[in-house]
Write a protein that binds this ligand. Structure first.
Ligand SMILES: [Zn+2]
Length: 433
């Protein structure tokens, strides 16, 4: 197969030859005419990036197949340019045993439109009382390296310390959902001026920052790897900057929505006040937080963009604010939101996007066949992206089973044209193959 006229990381136009799932040659566009029998894909000047890797996806299977399945979630991922996702453990049953992570891994093999890497729970049932079988999950066919109670925080410092010690044996990482539960009882949105005006219980920044500070110190104390999920405040950025300056092995992610949206949307938005489409954990914060997160992603204090794709059926989302589920879908809009927040603002170039959305997440997840540069010998995991168009977000066109996007009706830049998983197209001309 030959992919003609694409610009790797936005550079000069080239043709990419793919053989046996690998990149076999990269030559100046038009220099080598296709041979007879070649499958030709016309790139039309699209930007070529290494296939995106998500560290934080909720595929909902097993247990909530009404919201998403491994099949629809990975279709959604492929449409967004992803070639690998990490499937979070808060399923039903919880992915806290070798049996459940192998089940998810097998579903990924059978139905996946991208690679599926199960995340293992840190504690049994996500209950925060007893460590799960971390070693058995690491040794299983799923070869789990990322462990998280996401949705809940491992708030017990002793358990967190033990988990960090345990994962060192197999080079694993604990991905913490940083939320001190005693500071967020009944919390509905960011604690600040807007929550005060609306009379909604606030979610203070310190609830996130206190856990991040504690966990950085614990990770340093035991010499282990810590990853911080969905960082949302300017104060968290300062703590991470400090931890990294010490040389500690701490990484962090930010979601696309925390790079673009703010808490005043809860009060006033194109879809009205109190619209639960904006209800998410951690909550949307202030403009100053958004600015700090963008800067941190640009300077590498935050390593990764992760979607926290959280599909919910209509009945769980279109209800009154206090009863609505928390979360947003994100796989199919992630690259466009990152272009809007980071590329259009001059904070990241396409090489930077490739690092934060492919190379860095693959490195943190210890995925050897993902996140590699588009050069001869690399697996042909490629996304072709046209940054020149602007389109209105239409949730009815999503491959995801769920529609809970905060971007409905918004005009965002860019479009995923094609995605290739080890040379096999999963998306062509913007459509699933
Ligand atoms: Zn979370």
């Amino acid at each position: 197969m030959i992919i003609r006229n694409v610009r790797i990381l936005g550079g000069e136009p080239v043709d990419i030859r793919v053989e046996n799932g690998l990149i076999a040659a990269v030559t100046p566009a038009g220099a080598q005419p296709p041979a007879a029998g070649d499958q030709v894909v016309e790139g039309q000047g699209a930007v070529a990036l290494p296939g995106l890797v998500d560290l934080h996806t909720h595929l909902r299977e097993p247990g909530r197949e009404d919201a998403e399945t491994v099949q629809t979630g990975t279709q959604s991922a492929a449409r967004g340019g992803y070639t690998a996702v990490h499937a979070m453990a808060n399923t039903s049953p919880v992915a806290d045993t070798a049996g459940v992570v192998e089940q998810v891994w097998r579903l990924g093999h059978e139905f996946g439109h991208c690679d599926v890497h199960p995340v293992g729970a840190v504690t049994v049932g996500l209950e925060g009382r007893q460590l799960a079988e971390l070693g058995a999950m690491a040794d299983s066919a799923a070869r789990v390296r990322v462990f998280s109670d996401d949705g809940k925080c491992v708030d017990d410092a002793v358990l967190m310390r033990r988990a960090l010690e345990y994962v060192k044996a197999f080079d694993g990482v604990v991905a913490q959902h940083a939320q001190e539960p005693r500071l967020t009882g009944g919390a509905q949105m960011n604690e600040g001026q807007v929550s005060g005006r609306l009379g909604l219980t606030g979610w203070p920044a310190v609830a996130e920052e206190a856990i991040i500070a504690r966990d950085c110190l614990l990770a340093a104390h035991v010499g282990s790897r810590l990853h911080v999920c969905h960082v949302s405040t300017a104060g968290s950025v300062e703590i991470l900057r400090w931890a990294k300056s010490k040389g500690w092995d701490v990484t962090a992610e930010v979601t696309p929505h925390h790079l673009l949206l703010t808490d005043d949307l809860v009060e006033e938005s194109p879809v009205g006040a109190y619209n639960p489409i904006y209800k998410v954990n951690p909550p949307l914060r202030t403009r100053a937080d958004v600015e700090a997160l963008r800067e941190a992603l640009a300077d590498g204090t935050i390593d990764v963009v992760a979607t926290d794709h959280a599909p919910h059926p209509v009945e769980d989302k279109e209800t009154e604010w206090s009863a609505a589920a928390m979360g947003m879908v994100g796989l199919e809009t992630a690259l466009s939101v990152v272009q809007e927040a980071m590329v259009e603002t001059g904070l990241l170039d396409w090489a930077g996007v490739a690092d934060r959305m492919s190379a860095a997440p693959a490195r943190i997840g210890r995925l050897s066949g993902q996140g590699q540069p588009l050069q001869v010998g690399s697996p042909a995991n490629i996304v072709l992206y046209d940054p020149s168009v602007r389109t209105e977000v239409d949730p009815s066109a999503f491959a995801s089973k769920s529609r809970n996007t905060p971007y409905e009706g918004m005009t965002l830049p860019g479009r995923v044209v094609a995605t290739f998983l080890r040379g096999k197209p999963t998306v062509l001309e913007g459509k699933l193959v």
